[in-house]
Ligand binder design. Structure first.
Ligand SMILES: C[S@@+](CC[C@H](N)C(=O)[O-])C[C@H]1O[C@@H](n2cnc3c(N)ncnc32)[C@H](O)[C@@H]1O
Length: 372
């Protein structure tokens, strides 16, 4: 898969195993009945085998008759009912490599249970029998349409409004106001902000609220606010703008009052919905930080927030993402990363230029800066 490849668009989940995908008949209903032949059953874990990437993306061997999506836990082996989905080392390698190829996210072996439980949700949704059947499905031509669902399922979308507020205050005081003033002086009236792994929109909407709050919205300046993420489910939630208490807990009360509609009795529990005037000022679209063409098509930004996503990448993925951030940045624009993220090895691409108590701002490194 090349760096400019994209995860194919997500159609409605096709029902695999209908004959046309070559993996044989398969139930489409979620196998809830523990006596069902499709219900998971314990199996011994086979010995570890090294698997190359080429091998990992080859069609999987047909599942052994009766092979399950779950393996015995000690409790289950001891005769108790509890068991949880468990990947064999070869299965883990297959999924780990595929997810890495699709997203740049690197899952270490100690995340095997996490991956297994997430992938098991896809197996249930498709009505497949086990991990091997899912691997076989992913390797069919129609299985490509499943890639997006797989990445959605394993994405970690943790976010909330006004996340790491001291950094946001430093951004407002020391970067936003001066650059807005500089743009006025230059006679440039449009500024652009990119939330580069926007998840459910909390980060980009926070910036929209901050612009309102600081009086920079709607006077002599116009703003493009763009959020991108690889996860379709998160983008859908971002567009809807409906949040629970956990996500909105840090919003200053006056802003919450002005820009949200509170529904204490909504069907799924208490919610707050952002008003249309804020929602319509933010555009959300699919964007993979590993995808050269998609990133280039976004154009250049004055501020880029890329917070709490680089931590999921290994060094090559991080380098690719950081290169895209630099390519998409104006000459005097700034990049802000997550609180605990560092790009020390990529300082030939983006270098720290301003350091405040709670924030480091990065700008493009001068052309020709050597990699150390
Ligand atoms: C922990 S959330 C961070 C959300 C927000 N930036 C924040 O700091 O609150 C990480 C997000 O990165 C997204 N992500 C993971 N890999 C990505 C990729 N290759 N390109 C774009 N987004 C990605 C995930 O879908 C997830 O929504």
């Amino acid at each position: 898969m090349s760096s400019s490849s994209t995860i194919p668009p997500r159609p409605t989940t096709p029902a695999p195993g209908t004959g046309s995908d070559g993996i044989g008949p398969s139930p489409v209903a979620k196998p809830l009945n523990p006596n069902s032949p499709f219900a998971p059953r314990p199996v011994a874990t086979p010995p570890r085998q090294p698997v190359s990437l080429a091998a990992a993306i080859q069609p999987a061997k047909p599942a052994a008759p009766g092979a399950p999506a779950t393996a015995a836990t000690p409790a289950a082996a001891g005769g108790l009912a509890s068991s949880r989905p468990t990947l064999t080392p070869a299965q883990f390698t297959f999924f780990e490599k595929l997810i890495y190829e699709l997203s740049g996210m690197r899952f270490e072996a100690n995340k095997s249970y996490f991956l297994a439980s997430k992938i098991d949700l896809r197996i249930q949704a498709l009505g497949l029998k086990d991990f091997d059947a899912y691997m076989a499905y992913l390797n069919t031509p129609t299985g490509r349409t499943e890639y997006g669902h797989l990445v959605d399922e394993v994405s970690i979308n943790e976010t909330f409004f006004y996340r790491h507020e001291p950094q946001l205050q430093a951004f407002r005081e020391h970067l936003l106001l001066p650059l807005a003033q500089a743009r006025r002086t230059q006679g440039q009236k449009n500024l652009r902000i990119w939330s580069a792994a926007s998840s459910t929109g909390d980060e980009l909407y926070t910036l929209a609220l901050m612009l309102r709050d600081s009086g920079l919205w709607g006077k002599d300046l116009s703003w493009d606010l763009v959020g991108t993420d690889i996860c379709h489910d998160a983008l859908e939630k971002a567009r809807n703008g409906v949040y629970r208490r956990y996500n909105i807990r840090n919003i200053p009360p006056a802003l919450l009052q002005s820009y949200f509609t509170h529904d204490p009795l909504s069907a799924g529990g208490e919610t707050w919905q952002l008003k249309a005037e804020i929602r319509s000022s933010c555009k959300f679209q699919e964007g993979n930080l590993m995808d050269n063409a998609r990133c280039a098509a976004l154009g250049r930004f004055d501020f880029i927030f890329c917070r709490n996503v680089l931590i999921y990448f290994d060094e090559p993925s991080k380098e690719k993402a950081v290169q895209h951030l630099a390519n998409n940045l104006t000459e005097d624009g700034y990049v802000l990363l997550g609180h605990s993220e560092n790009i020390y090895s990529q300082r030939h691409i983006l270098r720290p230029v301003k350091e405040y108590a709670a924030a480091i701002a990065y700008q493009k490194a001068p052309p020709g800066t050597p990699k150390l």
